[in-house]
Write a protein that binds this ligand. Structure first.
Ligand code: AMP
Ligand code: TRP
Length: 327
């Protein structure tokens, strides 16, 4: 059976790009495959953070993942730092990845430029991500477009490790949706929508109330003509709305534009589709948030199941790389 693995950082509120680019696929893949999903709190340590906020976002993100439709009976859902194999395997990955490879990662360049403090962990971030993926003998990694380069690097690391030390890791592939893989900021359609970006009006949060969603979409930047068609280069704002509408209604952006003549109609249709899409998720989230005890129990069970797989892979890797074992 196909093994699926993916992760999401507990840094700030979940936004529409996370859902359309990744989480929607996570939900559908739990039935066709053996799916493992992880709240990557160790990755959240790579940038300055507040400890109390990290703790509470880890719990609330896990509840959000269940609200969008991850079912701990049909997938393994756990918190990265609860399975210590991740940190240990990351060291093996850091010693397999080349400095030059890590230096070429665009996420590192984006997140490090202009910052006073750049942690060493931000630089080795993709090695920890490779450990996450490879520990589970993963075949497929559902992610948004921005993660393609990290998955390519993970493949290169797996292939290199296998050829140096013998067959150890499965080589994974990225699964990227055809609509919604790159949701852009509504105010700055040249930048991806991001929860940590300082653009509240350009970012739709999953927990935004309907009137806030409508307001943000109606104020979205378009352009000065009034023609609705998909072309990212000449019409970035309109194309972004078409991508969102398409991803929210299970269509391609081109199909989504059928029958829509004017910007006002496009914005109304998009706002309505997003509000409808998020309504049941918001209801379920509020129910789950009322019962943190149950979430804690499920998280503990998830870690146990994850550890079973991860520890077997890590012992194989430790052995093949030449670490001495006394038994
Ligand atoms: P992160 O919040 O950075 O941990 O991302 C979690 C997942 O959401 C990853 O698979 C990302 O590729 C995806 N993602 C984040 N932002 C966007 C976006 N604006 N458009 C599409 N996918 C996104
Ligand atoms: N780097 C990913 C992001 O920023 C999160 C992540 C960490 C991840 N480990 C992973 C994604 C493993 C897929 C698989 O979105």
């Amino acid at each position: 059976m196909t093994r699926v693995f993916s992760g999401i950082k507990p840094s700030g509120a979940v936004q529409l790009g996370n859902y359309l680019g990744a989480l929607q696929n996570w939900v559908s893949m739990q039935d066709e495959s053996e799916a493992v999903y992880c709240v990557v709190d160790l990755h959240a340590l790579t940038v300055p953070h507040d400890p109390d906020e990290l703790r509470s976002s880890t719990l609330s993100l896990t509840q959000m993942l269940m609200a969008v439709g991850l079912d701990p009976d049909r997938c393994i859902l756990f918190v990265q730092s609860h399975v210590q194999e991740h940190a240990e395997c990351a060291w093996l990955m850091e010693c397999t990845a080349a400095f030059g490879e890590l230096r070429r990662m665009t996420q590192f360049k984006d997140k490090s430029t202009g910052n006073e403090f750049v942690s060493a962990g931000l630089f080795t971030y993709p090695a920890l991500q490779a450990a996450d993926i490879l520990l589970y003998d993963t075949n497929q990694v559902p992610v948004g477009e921005d993660q393609r380069q990290h998955i390519e690097l993970t493949r290169d690391i797996a292939i290199r490790f296998n050829s140096r030390f013998g067959d150890t890791f499965t080589v994974p592939e990225a699964i990227i949706p055809s609509s919604g893989a790159r949701v852009m900021d509504l105010q700055h359609p040249e930048k991806k929508m991001s929860k940590s970006e300082d653009s509240p009006q350009g970012t739709i949060l999953i927990l935004d109330p309907p009137d806030a969603i409508e307001k943000k979409i109606k104020r979205a930047v378009t352009d000065s003509d009034d023609e609705v068609f998909f072309d990212i280069d000449t019409k970035p704002g309109v194309s972004n709305l078409l991508s969102i509408l398409g991803a929210a209604t299970g269509k391609t952006p081109q199909e989504a534009s059928d029958g829509i003549e004017r910007y006002g109609d496009l914005k109304n249709a998009t706002a309505e589709a997003v509000v409808e899409l998020l309504k049941p998720i918001q209801e379920k989230y509020h129910d789950l948030a009322d019962d943190p005890g149950e979430t804690n129990r499920l998280i503990a069970k998830g870690a146990e199941k994850a550890r079973e797989i991860a520890s077997a892979t890590l012992s194989r890797a430790r052995n093949n790389i030449g670490l001495f074992s006394h038994n």
